[in-house]
Every structure is written in structure tokens, then in C-alpha cells.
Design a protein around this ligand. Sequence first.
Ligand code: HEC
Length: 146
Amino acid sequence: MIRAGYNSPTTPTTCPPPSIYTMRFTMPLLVLSLTIACGSGGGSDNSPPPGGGATVSFQTDVLPLFQQDCNLCHGGAGGLSVQSYAGVMSGGDSGAAVVVGDPDESLIIKRLEGTIQPQMPRDLPALSQAEIDVIRLWIAEGALDN
Ligand code: HEC
């Protein structure tokens, strides 16, 4: 291992200048570490906005959708109540309806989008994608009681 400062600038000319060794070994490492640092800074994932500032409110944005389209049956259909935050978070017969931070894995989204049948709201027209996206975003932002 070459130690910094071991070869003084007065090294006899029979040896290659120390800077050549240094460049050959450190440059690829430098490029590699820059690549890793930049590669992870893309910010293209769907994590919540920085600072924890949720943009969707359960009470004002999400609950009204449930009240409008789900309460008819979900005082308890499928073991699920969507009449309150606690009800939604305690899930139904199949377990959790919401996987905090992960809309794609949340049963409630799968049922609303029909990737698991029967699609909800059962026997009624599906929610619009814009309405489902509100619920998606609420889950992505941490499914807060806000
Ligand atoms: C007309 C009645 C009806 C309406 C309206 C309805 N559901 Fe359901 N839902 C059911 C029934 C019955 C089940 C249980 C049988 C099943 O799993 O299909 C169920 C099951 C579910 C489940 C699975 C529960 C579990 O743990 O297995 C979810 C999630 C769900 N509904 C969400 C919703 C949401 C969200 C809405 C409103 C957008 C809604 N449902 C509207 C009747 C309804």
C-alpha cells in the first residue's frame, strides 16, 4: 500500500512520480463513488414529500369517499368497517386493508381497482381513478389519522 507522503517530491527519477500511482488507483474509485452517490439521488420513487407534510387529509379527503360509496355495506361487510379511521386500519376478514406506505399492496386499493374481485363498491359504479388516487396518496403518505 502506498502511503500518502511516503514518497517525497525529491524521489530519485528512477522511480515514476508518485502522482501516477495515485491517479491510477484513486480515479476509478472516485468515479465509482460519484456514480453511486448520483444514482441514489434521483428522487423518482413515490415516497412522501420531504418534511412529512401530508397533502391528503383522511378526514376531509378520504373519509367522505367511503361515506358516499362504502358505508351502505361496510358497517361490517367482509368484517370491515370504513366508517372511521380505526375501522379502516383494523381491516376485515382478510386482514389489513391498508399497508401503510404501500398502496399497491393495500387490499382496499386492489378491491377499488378490481385487481382482486369482486371490485368495490360492490354492485355500484367504480370510483373514478382520481378518487382512487386520493386514497392511494393518503396511503403513500403514511395513512395518517389527519
Ligand atoms: C353493496 C355492498 C358493498 C359496497 C357498497 C361496498 N362493499 Fe366492500 N364488500 C362487500 C362485501 C359483501 C364484502 C365481503 C365479501 C367479499 O370479500 O367480496 C366486501 C369486502 C370488501 C373488502 C375486503 C375485506 C376483507 O378483509 O376481506 C374491502 C377492502 C372492501 N370491501 C372495500 C370496500 C370499499 C373501499 C368500498 C367503497 C368504495 C366498498 N367496499 C363498498 C360489500 C360492499
